[in-house]
Design a protein. Structure first.
Length: 49
């Protein structure tokens, strides 16, 4: 098959990407909450064992 676009130069526009700092902070907070919850349940289990 012929590919007519091989010789053509295409100009792509570089767009500004949105900041993901809020997403990163949310993921860290959620991970911290899950770890603290699991540790709390684990220590409660060990204490009652």
């Amino acid at each position: 098959m012929a590919q007519p676009e091989i010789g053509k130069k295409t100009h792509t526009k570089v767009e500004d990407q949105p900041s993901l700092k809020g997403t990163l902070a949310s993921v860290f907070l959620l991970g911290f909450f899950l770890i603290v919850t699991w540790l709390g349940v684990f220590f409660l289990f060990v204490d009652r064992f």
